[in-house]
Design a protein around this ligand. Structure first.
Ligand code: SF4
Length: 318
């Protein structure tokens, strides 16, 4: 038998214990969207730092649409997963089109169905923004909620459909925004992956899996891929590196950095070391070769990935 969560207990706990995060003080859907996109793959503490910078520079979709994508990438530097920044810029441009051209005249649409049609917005982000900013009674499903659901129901490997159906059936429709945030906050701070604090949990009474909580859900097996690259790190006589802007596809798309290929001609270059860079599903190994060039670029004026920063640090001249 599946017991339903005590909505009152969870909401009361959330109102007392929630972390004080800056985006929890606004109902501005653009600012909430920025926080949701940042938090997809960036830790909360770093997310706050980037969110403040983004909100200050781009307080509206129009402010971002008026900027070049390079400026958004530069501001995003260090937050990782740069495709999010490119899609966010594309989203702002689409929102700022006139309605007759498929846009929204600069105002973010309010419903989850319309938000879902924008670049980079998936079902989770659409539901989070629509429920938090506008109270739409729609359930969110993320990794935190999946973990709470799996433990509440002793479910080893719940499918997306099962988690969605559980989240919808437990949703507190009168205050969906706070409800969704309360469930996610529970997963992030109490029902954590390794050491759940069941003695502090407001919904422990309905939890079937708490005696063996860490067994639920089963960890997913992630196959790691390896990518080997060679990098040509050239400096001019003043110590500035030669940097190129990468194309629009691939893991470092749109960012600047020293030339990197699967194979380069190393005649007249000297090997200075290898760098390992770990992404969520991929390990990148870069052999770095040093040489000279006529004219370099000041790295602080362009958007660099953290991999490129490591390469420049190995070169030792930035
Ligand atoms: S009782 Fe423990 S396992 Fe169950 S939801 Fe609460 S924290 Fe998670």
């Amino acid at each position: 038998m599946v017991l339903h969560l005590s909505q009152g207990h969870l909401l009361e706990w959330y109102s007392e214990k929630k972390r004080d995060l800056p985006w929890r003080h606004t109902k501005d859907s653009w600012k909430i969207l920025l926080s949701e996109i940042l938090l997809q793959q960036t830790q909360v503490s770093r997310g706050i730092e980037y969110w403040i910078k983004l909100v200050e520079r781009f307080p509206t979709p129009q402010a971002m649409a008026d900027a070049e994508v390079d400026e958004v990438l530069h501001l995003w530097q260090g937050a990782g997963y740069y495709s999010r920044a490119r899609r966010l810029h594309a989203l702002a441009c689409q929102v700022c089109l006139p309605t007759e051209q498929g846009g929204y005249d600069g105002i973010l649409p309010t419903s989850s169905a319309e938000l879902l049609g924008l670049p980079g917005v998936g079902p989770y982000t659409a539901a989070a923004v629509a429920s938090i900013a506008h109270g739409e009674p729609v359930a969110c499903v993320d990794g935190n909620i999946r973990r709470v659901m799996a433990r509440q129901n002793k479910s080893l490997n719940p499918s997306v459909k099962e988690v969605e159906s559980w989240a919808t059936s437990t949703l507190f429709t009168n205050d969906a925004g706070n409800w969704n945030q309360a469930l996610m906050e529970l997963g992030a701070t109490v029902c954590t992956p390794k050491r759940p604090k069941c003695d502090q949990c407001p919904v422990s009474k309905t939890c079937s899996g708490q005696s063996d909580a860490v067994s639920f859900p089963q960890p997913k097996k992630v196959k790691r891929k390896r990518l080997d690259l060679m990098c040509e790190l050239r400096y001019d006589s003043t110590g500035l590196p030669h940097l190129v802007k990468r194309g629009n596809n691939g893991i470092l798309a749109g960012l600047w950095g020293p030339r990197m290929e699967e194979e380069i001609d190393v005649d007249a270059l000297s090997f200075i070391g290898e760098i390992k860079h770990v992404l969520s599903h991929r390990d990148i190994f870069v052999q770095v070769w040093l040489g000279s060039c006529e004219k370099g670029i000041d790295p602080s004026t362009v958007a660099l990935s953290s991999l490129d920063q490591k390469i420049l640090a190995l070169g030792g001249r930035q």
